[in-house]
Design a protein around this ligand. Structure first.
Ligand SMILES: Nc1ncnc2c1ncn2[C@@H]1O[C@H](COP(=O)(O)OP(=O)(O)OP(=O)(O)O)[C@@H](O)[C@H]1O
Length: 293
């Protein structure tokens, strides 16, 4: 099937008014239906990149094309109908009194009739598992629920692309996992293209198709999690690390000379590799015993 490119980013340079050079030589593409990550340590430029892709920042050298059109030339309305940016802090995004009213704001603003607004809000709240909290005050929501309400607000507007700034930041371990499952479901079942900024190296290999590693405003590596998580020293040099499970296997291989063939990134993959090694060792021991008899 032919790949449809939604975003084509070519930013040669961007500096903030105070002179901070935040991005240089960023070239990447985001395909329709992709679930990709911008991975980088604090201050590497992730938020800046998402804000440029959403058309909020325009004074850069280069171009960002959304469906082949320069985002700087698009009317904000046309960007907001297609792309939704979810801020890192939900309190920067939510403003209405109740959950329903907040999620309804976007579709109402787009001019939909009230019955259609209601349908969209209910569908969006069901997708993020907040249907039962529709009448609840925004202020009474937990942090994780607020993050979900933000996503519902964008889904209700029918966004085909979600740009998520650190969607798992501030969530407890189960909340992080549920957030990633929600994004995966939206990606797989509703075809939403998702680009998320993150530094959660342990979660990334479980969910994301592709990664772009940012360091000091530059793209230093890109590829599948398997391609990106290979060399610990290289990751350390950009203030990242291997996922914990990969780090353990890397040490078992290099410090204890266990014969791992590849670097597993998830517990499931590691379990399979370990079982294989144990079976090989067991097989060798049985052979040695029968030869000495
Ligand atoms: N409004 C601003 N004015 C000047 N410099 C800024 C501004 N916003 C961000 N920066 C600088 O730009 C660089 C990139 O910041 P950015 O917020 O994009 O990084 P980030 O990867 O999202 O960081 P974090 O993970 O901490 O959220 C940093 O050096 C930061 O200090």
């Amino acid at each position: 099937m032919e790949t449809v490119v939604r975003f084509s980013v070519d930013i040669r340079a961007f500096a903030y008014p105070d002179g901070t050079r935040a991005l240089s030589d960023i070239r990447l593409e985001v395909a329709h239906g992709e679930f990709c990550g911008i991975l980088g340590s604090n201050g590497s430029g992730k938020t800046t990149l998402l804000r440029i892709m959403d058309g909020l920042v325009k004074e850069y050298d280069g171009s960002v094309l959304l469906d082949g059109r320069d985002v700087r030339r698009l009317h904000p309305r046309d960007i907001y109908r297609t792309v939704g940016l979810v801020f890192q802090n939900p309190d920067d995004q939510l403003f209405a009194h109740t959950v329903f009213e907040d999620v309804a704001f976007g579709p109402r603003n787009m001019g939909y009739a009230e019955a259609e607004v209601k349908r969209r809000v209910e569908e969006a709240l069901a997708a993020v598992e907040l249907a039962e909290l529709a009448a609840k005050s925004i202020h009474a929501l937990s942090y994780g629920q607020k993050k979900r309400a933000c996503i519902a607000g964008l889904l209700a507007m029918g966004h085909g692309i979600l740009l998520m700034d650190e969607p798992t930041a501030g969530l407890d371990p189960m909340g992080e996992y549920r957030m990633m499952e929600l994004l995966t479901r939206l990606n797989r079942e509703q075809g939403v293209t998702v680009v998320m900024a993150t530094h959660s190296v342990d979660l990334v290999p479980l969910f994301l198709h592709r990664l772009h590693i940012l360091s000091r405003g530059r793209l230093v590596r890109g590829g599948t999690p398997e391609e990106v998580f290979t060399a610990p020293a290289e990751l350390e040099s950009v203030k990242l690390r291997l996922p914990h499970i990969a780090e353990l296997i890397h040490r078992l291989k290099h410090e204890d000379a266990l014969p791992f063939h590849r670097l597993p990134l998830t517990i499931g993959e590691a379990r399979r590799e370990i079982v294989e090694i144990l079976q090989t060792v067991h097989h060798r021991e049985t052979e040695t015993q029968s030869n000495t008899r």
